[in-house]
Design a binder for this molecule. Structure first.
Ligand SMILES: [Zn+2]
Length: 304
């Protein structure tokens, strides 16, 4: 099923699915991914949606709205499990994923995609692999064949070998935070953008990262959520800057900070604004795959 259907069926995952859609659209999807989330259909269906978005013959939309059509021959075959470039490996009757099954897909992944687009290997319930099949897989994860994407789907990512985990970008499926930008987060994001606009000096910028980390503390999930809320606010401001530079001011999401936006347009119009927006995106992806908040904030302020 396409991304749009995943979003309809699983309320509250619009943001992460949107990030994936945008990565496919921009061709920045990492070659090895772990989709971790509650057991059930969500993560597997999203993996199939990625396979369709990569292989659809008439995809539509742009960026986070990019999606497979759901109706072309490629989409239909992927949905039926009959596409020559999309493999799904899952536990057999024994409840485990055998090494032979893993070797088989690795062999097939070595060839170029038959239909010219991307090969996708989905390993469902990846934690059902014992150490031997995981080690067999590790070799290809270290040097993934070109044009192949591996997606390991699991509700228990910590059951995977640390070496496997470290080769994959992990996306944690959890409910989106409140979609509206909170005022406090917007003030922080605004301040950080203004400081970045005002100085190219690394030391001063790293100083601004401290602002981004406001409200974070002992580490862990709450800290990531706090920083993510600042980053969402920043993305929203940068979108507004983009709207202002194309004179579409009636659509602003943050009309209350218009004077600040007008100042930011001077620096963040055009290319630099787009690059900043992309950097915020990457920072959000890194947070989703468990990166530390300080590393993410420091990295981002230097990219703005
Ligand atoms: Zn299609």
């Amino acid at each position: 099923m396409p991304f749009s259907e995943v979003i309809d069926r699983h309320v509250g995952h619009r943001r992460l699915v949107g990030l994936l859609a945008r990565s496919v659209y921009r061709r920045t999807l990492p070659p090895s991914l772990i989709f971790s989330g509650p057991a059930g259909a969500l993560t597997r269906q999203t993996a199939v949606a990625v396979a369709q978005a990569l292989n659809c013959l008439s995809p539509r939309g742009e960026a986070e709205a990019f999606d497979a059509c759901g109706a072309c021959a490629a989409c239909a075959r992927i949905a039926r499990g009959a596409h020559p470039d999309v493999f799904v490996v899952e536990p057999g009757d024994s409840g485990s994923i055998k090494i032979e099954a893993v070797r088989d897909v690795i062999d097939r992944a070595g060839y170029r995609p038959f239909e010219g687009k991307r090969r996708v290997v989905i390993i469902d319930e990846a934690d059902a692999m014992a150490a031997a099949p995981q080690n067999a897989l590790l070799k290809v994860l270290e040097e993934p064949p070109p044009s192949t994407v591996f997606i390991l789907v699991t509700a228990r990512p910590d059951m995977l070998l640390p070496t496997v985990q470290s080769r994959c970008q992990r996306l944690r499926f959890q409910l989106d935070e409140q979609a509206e930008v909170d005022e406090e987060a917007r003030d922080v994001a605004c301040r950080v953008l203004e400081r970045a606009a005002g100085s190219e000096e690394a030391r001063l910028r790293i100083d601004a990262a401290k602002d981004l980390l406001a409200g974070t503390g002992a580490g862990g999930r709450e800290d990531r959520e706090q920083l993510a809320s600042h980053l969402h606010a920043m993305a929203s401001l940068l979108r507004d800057v983009e709207l202002l530079s194309s004179r579409a001011s009636s659509m602003l999401a943050n009309p209350g900070v218009r004077p600040q936006l007008d100042r930011l347009v001077k620096t963040f119009h055009g290319r630099r604004g787009l690059a900043a927006y992309e950097a915020v995106d990457q920072a959000l992806l890194a947070l989703d795959s468990n990166a530390g908040v300080k590393a993410v904030a420091d990295w981002l302020v230097l990219k703005l």
